[in-house]
Design a protein around this ligand. Structure first.
Ligand code: SAH
Ligand code: SF4
Length: 382
């Protein structure tokens, strides 16, 4: 909770944690609600702007606390309305946040770690290796930054961010406490007031932590499946060797049934040409998922340099989808968004070095900081 400045960063504190903080400095607990609204509804980071808090308390807060989001390195807006932020976290690494508007929805894709230790064979974040866990302030700070870019958003008005998916960089279940705290703030009315159905955690399958998650929060769950049998999944998603499919699907089923309502598991399946996109894979998948209430989201592979994989043809994607549909599954194909700013799944950060060459394709590029972004990113990729 305490940063390098020795001050407590209030940005990452849940309501109960903030109440304890006010207790600890001899102040009334109700101050937590006031301060949360200033931080999350109005995007304030200056105690002097908090007009319903007296000067004496503001001075006291300034001495012991701060409101510090991650440093914004750049903000890009794609021709299709997708926005992407590159932010630098305390470890010096950069992570990315992507906003995707679609119909009446605005989905924010949030990162949980700089890099990732799990090394899925088709993921550019995995290729960087693990760098650091984000703090709770750095996770919720991405929502805070995105929200501020749409202007201050008091409660009960239409919000630009209606959904949050923990599908950016990193494996959220391996940064458990910080991700859970951030998701609590996302759902809190004093935070972002997003309904529990609209906050989704995506995991590649850290089985014990799926059960732990179920004990503390009831957000929606997405499983990165990517292969319908252990032999293939061991190769694509190495954590499968530790927690194979049968164990994994049982944990997901437990999670869904603990939610107690009509909630379904989202299955993510990245289609890789000639690897997991054949009719036999679709057939195996229908058998595997027959008893699990789920919706399937097919993600055509988003290429990155030296990946060794290709995106299947549209015909192959349609054929795969049809087999699943005929078996009665609810299947969607994720359309690629923000490709001109490298904001698509699995492309995060890997291409930041190429940004100057691509700049003519941006309709708006705002370099918020004058220093170049290449150094920490290059360090990540080594
Ligand atoms: N670590 C978590 C969440 C982040 S990855 C997880 O693996 O679920 C978010 C999604 O993007 C995952 O389903 C992941 O497998 C997918 N993905 C990664 N690289 C991709 C790529 N190059 N093309 C398409 N999807 C990709
Ligand atoms: Fe990590 Fe998810 Fe990428 Fe796998 S797909 S390497 S778990 S971020």
């Amino acid at each position: 909770m305490t940063s390098t400045t020795g001050k407590v960063n209030l940005l990452g504190l849940t309501q109960p944690q903030l109440e304890s903080f006010f207790d600890s400095i001899g102040e009334k607990r109700f101050r937590a609600g006031q301060v949360m609204k200033w931080i999350h509804h109005f995007g304030v980071d200056d105690f002097d702007a908090m007009s319903n808090i007296g000067k004496a308390l503001r001075e006291k807060l300034k001495a012991s606390a701060e409101i510090r989001g991650p440093e914004i390195v750049s903000e890009d807006i794609s021709t299709d309305g997708t926005r992407k932020w590159v932010v630098r976290v305390a470890s010096g690494s950069c992570v990315e946040t992507v906003y995707i508007p679609q119909g009446g929805r605005g989905t924010l894709c949030v990162s949980s770690q700089a890099g990732c230790a799990l090394d899925c064979s088709f993921c550019s974040t995995g290729k960087q290796g693990f760098n650091s866990n984000l703090t709770a302030a750095e996770v919720i700070g991405q929502v805070w930054i995105a929200n501020k870019s749409f202007g201050s958003i008091p409660a009960k008005v239409d919000r630009a961010i209606t959904n949050v998916v923990m599908m950016g960089m990193g494996e959220p279940l391996l940064n458990f406490d910080n991700v859970v705290a951030a998701m609590q703030i996302m759902m809190d009315d004093l935070g972002y007031g997003i309904s529990k159905r609209k906050v989704t955690l995506s995991t590649s399958g850290v089985v014990p932590m799926i059960d732990e998650l179920s004990k503390v929060i009831d957000v929606s769950l997405a499983l990165s499946l990517h292969a319908p049998n252990d032999e293939l999944r061991d190769r694509l998603v190495p954590i499968n060797k530790k927690y194979p499919l049968e164990m994994l699907l049982a944990a997901c089923q437990r999670y869904i049934s603990n939610l107690g309502e009509k909630r379904v598991l989202t299955i993510e399946y990245t289609l890789l040409q000639g690897v997991n996109d054949q009719p036999e894979h679709a057939q195996q998948m229908t058998a595997l998922l027959a008893k699990i209430p789920c919706k399937i989201n097919l993600i055509p592979f988003n290429p990155f340099p030296h990946s060794g994989y290709e995106r299947p043809s549209n015909n192959a994607i349609r054929r795969f989808q049809d087999i699943l549909r005929k078996a009665g599954h609810n299947v969607t194909v994720r359309t690629t968004r923000g490709e001109d700013i490298d904001a698509a799944c699995g492309q995060l950060v890997g291409q930041v070095l190429d940004r100057t060459r691509r700049s003519e394709r941006y309709i708006a590029v705002r370099q918020l900081q004058s220093e170049p972004v290449t150094a920490p990113v290059a360090a990540n990729r080594s």
